[in-house]
Ligand binder design. Structure first.
Ligand code: GDP
Length: 534
């Protein structure tokens, strides 16, 4: 049936479904507890029976969000996908993000596909580098942020000091919804400000089962917790006084952040987070297209690719493109159009993918994520639609800081080599820079973090049967330039200009001194910093 024929019942259904969706990602510094929280959320929603043993990565078996061998070897999470579950009347889509800074470009793409972010802070460490970087990205995207202070069961910083740090470093006003009773390391529970009650903290079998929280009245809490209770009330009072009431508009506008305290490893505070998502987080709403005009959620199906992942399942060697649905209803089997090429694409193999878990998906609504299998023609940033052409804004590329020349180890495998590099570029695994001078036998690979090169090496050898040799280049920074810069800097030491496939000319420099010298010697050249920093 044509989705352009707006049947009022269908319109209402799409509106209702979009209004139920909460699509978010967790941003944090490695080790703050993102995987643990993800498992706890999933457990809470009863999607998985028992959470993986969360006592540390080394002895953790398989958590729901790890899948590649490299991830397992290194104990990091490289790939991203979505976990969907229902909670109360809502449908929660949790998009997984890699924890390691080398893959921040992946995280950036995921942040383009969510409506809200949860900033997970280790109570002992406060705002760490990676958290701040990702926060900046959220700020650029105007994403509302919920802050969760995690690991309160372990000795850490003072709650008020953490609030000061948040205000000073992010500019966000903290709006506590729960407040820790007991100092960090002596977690007694939280004051649930919304319901004015005390939720008692209980150690619960290392995250293996849901903690059933017991609640008490303020009087009971005062009797049982004494000074810890009155301190909590005083402290939260100080923060609230300076920020007035909980203001959902300020949260959505990205000027204030709800605050929660948790112990993800012990499953405490997780239900509160889900409740805050359902009660306050923005739902899937009309998404602006490249011209800035929002496409109503009830329009015919449309979405964009925010992630392409191959080799997730070694047995199948498949290739999955993850789409965020922006409007209409996705129905498996529908034939959609790819805006960039005008070509049609059959969506016969649509799945919901999270870690090793896969399920066929038959229908999806705005806010949902669909994994399209065997989608090798789809690239990151591609828009798709059923009817009524639409192009969503491109996902900007990061400023690369690491550069290596790639050559095929075996010259007779040049065809495989070229195909592999192209494919990895389309998946967004690496940026590829070229110049006539270097020729297409030896493109320059540009990365935000050096571990991206390891992924390229591994994938080229195992997925494309084209092992490569990499040779490091001395450059460490890039500027956007113009075609004229190419000949102008051709013989200049410490600099080079190459063309990236998005059409940008990137001028590379050894270091800031090389850049300054060239700016001085070639005052006519355009050298613009790249907007999205890493
Ligand atoms: P990620 O790198 O952010 O995904 O962090 P993980 O979820 O892997 O957690 C890092 C370590 O912190 C693991 O050893 C977890 O068991 C531990 N951890 C996570 N949350 C908590 C918590 O609330 N309390 C305590 N004590 N440990 C935690």
């Amino acid at each position: 049936m044509s989705q352009d024929v707006l049947n009022p019942a269908r319109v209402q259904e799409i509106h209702q479904e979009a209004a139920r969706r909460r699509t978010f990602a967790v941003i944090s510094h490695p080790d703050a507890g993102k995987s643990t929280l993800t498992e706890a959320l999933a457990l809470h929603a009863k999607v998985i029976g028992t959470a993986g043993a969360s006592s540390g990565k080394a002895n953790r078996k398989e958590t729901v969000s790890d899948w590649m061998q490299m991830e397992k070897d290194r104990g990091i999470s490289i790939s991203s996908a979505a976990l969907q579950f229902s909670y109360r009347d809502s449908v929660i889509n949790l998009l997984d993000t890699p924890g390691h800074a080398d893959f921040s470009e992946d995280t950036y793409r995921v942040l383009a596909a969510v409506d809200c972010a949860v900033m997970l802070v280790d109570a002992a460490k406060g705002l760490e580098t990676q958290t701040m970087k990702l926060f900046e990205v959220c700020k650029q995207r105007n994403l509302p942020i919920i802050t969760v202070i995690n690991k309160w069961d372990r000795p850490g910083l003072d709650a008020l000091a953490l609030m000061d740090e948040i205000t000073e470093r992010t500019g966000l006003q903290p709006m506590p919804l729960t407040w820790a009773v007991g100092i960090s390391g002596d977690f007694r529970g939280v004051w649930d400000l919304r319901n004015d009650r005390f939720a008692r903290f209980q150690r619960n079998n290392a995250g293996a089962s849901i903690a059933l929280t017991e609640y008490f009245t303020p009087e009971e809490a005062s009797d049982s917790q004494g000074v810890d209770w009155s301190n909590a009330v005083d402290e939260a009072g100080l923060v609230i006084e300076s920020n007035l009431e909980f203001d959902v508009d300020a949260f959505h506008a990205g000027t204030a952040t709800p605050i929660l305290f948790s112990s993800a490893a012990l499953n405490f505070g997780v239900k509160e987070l889900l409740d805050v998502l359902v009660d306050f987080a923005p739902h899937a709403a009309p998404r602006p297209d490249v011209e800035g005009s929002p496409r109503p959620v009830e329009s015919a199906f449309s979405g964009f690719v925010f992630k392409v992942q191959a080799g997730m399942n070694k047995a199948h060697r498949d290739h999955v493109a993850f789409i965020r649905v922006c409007s209409g209803v996705f129905e498996r089997g529908m034939v959609v159009t790819q805006t960039r090429t005008g070509k049609s694409f059959a969506t016969k193999y649509a799945q919901q993918v999270f870690g090793r878990e896969r399920e066929v998906i038959d229908e999806a609504y705005p806010g949902d994520v669909v994994g399209l299998v065997n989608a090798s023609t789809l690239r990151v940033g591609d828009s798709l639609f059923l009817e009524g052409a639409v192009e969503y804004p491109a996902i900007p590329l990061f400023a690369p800081e690491h550069f290596q020349v790639a050559r095929s180890k075996d010259p007779s495998k040049f065809k495989q080599f070229r195909r592999g590099i192209e494919q990895l570029e389309h998946e967004g695994v690496i940026q590829v820079l070229r110049s006539d001078l270097r020729g297409d036998q030896s493109p320059v690979l540009a990365a935000v973090g050096p571990m991206q090169f390891e992924v390229v090496e591994d994938r080229m050898e195992h997925d494309f049967n084209a092992p490569l040799r990499l040779e490091r280049l001395p450059y460490s920074m890039a500027r956007i330039s113009t075609p004229e810069a190419m000949p102008a800097l051709a013989n200049v030491v410490g600099a080079e200009v190459l063309l990236r496939s998005d059409g940008e000319y990137l001028a590379l420099f050894n270091d800031i001194w090389a850049l300054r010298r060239i700016e001085k010697n070639h005052p006519g050249l355009t050298l613009v910093p790249i907007g999205t920093h890493n």
